[in-house]
Design a protein around this ligand. Structure first.
Ligand SMILES: Cc1cc2nc3c(=O)[nH]c(=O)nc-3n(C[C@H](O)[C@H](O)[C@H](O)COP(=O)(O)OP(=O)(O)OC[C@H]3O[C@@H](n4cnc5c(N)ncnc54)[C@H](O)[C@@H]3O)c2cc1C
Length: 402
């Protein structure tokens, strides 16, 4: 059995970034993914200003910017009367006033390549199906590659498997299905009137959820729908909502007239349930969506995957340097401090405010009140507490009209 310092399972943004940071500190890291790379990931491909802030910290904005479409505003649409485009400058301060759109087949491979350049050993086509335990400690993983069952051992295993929960079951930490959003997206070529901005649509056709249109270049867009679907409830299929939305919405019908769907629409579940289970134990930690870290309101998780990777890499480095793997769980405490309260607030906001009539009112008012616009952007990006949505001053802006 081959021995390394750290095994990272999953080469999405969370896994590749954790691997990169640890290899740069001199640890021997093995990064495994069930897919051969480059690989598609069903996603809206949007990098928020919050993600850009972390890419800057990781010194990775430059490589991403070279391949991506830069956006500097977001359009929020609920009806012809509630339609506003908010520039990131000044509404997202102190975050950088820019985002990017880059298909994940490119983004994830860039981040994986950076990890390999830093010394990480990557193996694709390797599906990890179990952890190896010694007494109460995880000491490695067992995987299936094309040829045979393989085993690797390490004092630390990082689970960065996104919405996949096979290893959570193997660890015995998951007692109910955690996916609470379903989303579908496709790429259309020949779309009219594309502008370098994120577009979000909160119309009744896509409730309970929203649609997006993110341009990937001057005539092609990633268009999709995310539907809030708490486990155990029946929610409409995102595929069906997407097709109904594109057929019924007069503006989208016009903009897509003559456009061609260039890859089949694909759907994938999303987890926004942090903190619903342990994200750390003896010899293991979880980063990114594997920990349920996706924004419950926007469905965006690349930014949080990158941030959790930085926190995890710090805790792993400290634990390995001290020879005491119990110190790994400083990571769990750091995550809690950073995200637990915010996630509870965002889920509350999703239940109470993410309804077409409420959003229509909010967007209409945001056109007139820059302070409200800043608050909406800040809440969705995590720079303003979601609890401010329930403050009297917010409702004063909304109810007094303008
Ligand atoms: C339709 C849709 C649209 C979205 N749009 C956006 C958006 O615009 N912006 C945004 O920020 N977020 C978006 N998200 C969320 C975002 O995709 C995820 O939050 C993000 O990819 C999480 O990154 P990660 O590194 O944690 O996991 P992932 O990117 O999911 O990577 C997990 C990796 O683990 C591998 N893996 C899984 N199981 C195993 C196993 N057993 N063995 C080996 N390898 C394994 C997978 O192959 C994969 O490469 C969207 C999600 C969906 C479904």
């Amino acid at each position: 059995m081959q021995q390394v310092d750290v095994i990272v399972v999953g080469a999405g943004p969370g896994g590749s970034t954790t691997a990169f940071l640890l290899a740069r500190r001199g640890w021997q890291v093995l990064l495994l993914d069930r897919a051969p790379f480059p690989r598609e990931k069903t996603c809206g491909d949007g990098l928020t200003p919050r993600a850009v802030a972390t890419l800057v910290r990781l010194n990775a904005e430059g490589v991403v910017a070279q391949r991506a479409l830069r956006v500097e505003s977001a359009r929020l649409y609920a009806s012809p009367r509630a339609d506003v485009t908010l520039p990131f400058d000044p509404h997202v301060a102190p975050l950088p006033p820019r985002g990017y759109i880059l298909p994940r087949i490119v983004l994830d491979d860039l981040l994986r390549e950076r990890a390999v350049e830093a010394g990480v050993h990557f193996r694709g086509n390797v599906r990890v199906h179990d952890v190896i335990r010694r007494e109460d400690r995880v000491v490695g993983v067992e995987a299936q590659d094309r040829a045979a069952v393989q085993r690797w051992s390490a004092p630390v295993t990082v689970i960065a498997t996104g919405a996949g929960v096979g290893l959570h079951r193997a660890l015995g930490i998951l007692h109910k299905p955690p996916h609470d959003v379903r989303a579908a997206r496709g790429y259309w070529k020949g779309v009219r009137d594309l502008a370098p901005r994120f577009e979000f649509f909160f119309t009744p056709d896509v409730a309970p959820g929203y649609a997006w249109l993110f341009p990937v270049n001057e005539d092609t867009a990633n268009i999709g729908v995310g539907v809030y679907a708490p486990p155990g409830t029946s929610a409409p299929s995102p595929h069906r909502l997407l097709h109904a939305f594109l057929q019924r919405h007069p503006e989208l019908r016009r903009r897509l007239d003559g456009a061609e769907l260039i890859a089949p629409v694909r759907s994938y579940p999303i987890r926004t349930d942090y903190p619903s289970h342990r994200v750390c134990g003896r010899g293991w930690v979880m980063v990114g969506e594997a920990a349920g870290l996706v924004n419950p309101v926007t469905g965006e998780g690349i930014d949080l995957a990158l941030e959790s990777a930085i926190l995890a890499a710090d805790a792993i480095h400290t634990a390995l340097s001290s020879g005491d793997v119990r110190r790994l769980c400083a990571y769990e405490r750091a995550l809690k401090r950073e995200f637990a309260h915010t996630f509870t607030g965002l889920r509350r906001l999703r239940r109470r405010v993410m309804r077409p009539r409420a959003l229509e009112l909010l967007i209409r008012r945001a056109r007139r009140h820059p302070g409200l616009a800043t608050r909406i952007m800040g809440i969705t990006l995590g720079t303003v507490s979601p609890y401010t949505a329930f403050l009297p001053s917010t409702w004063w802006w909304i109810l007094r009209g303008g």
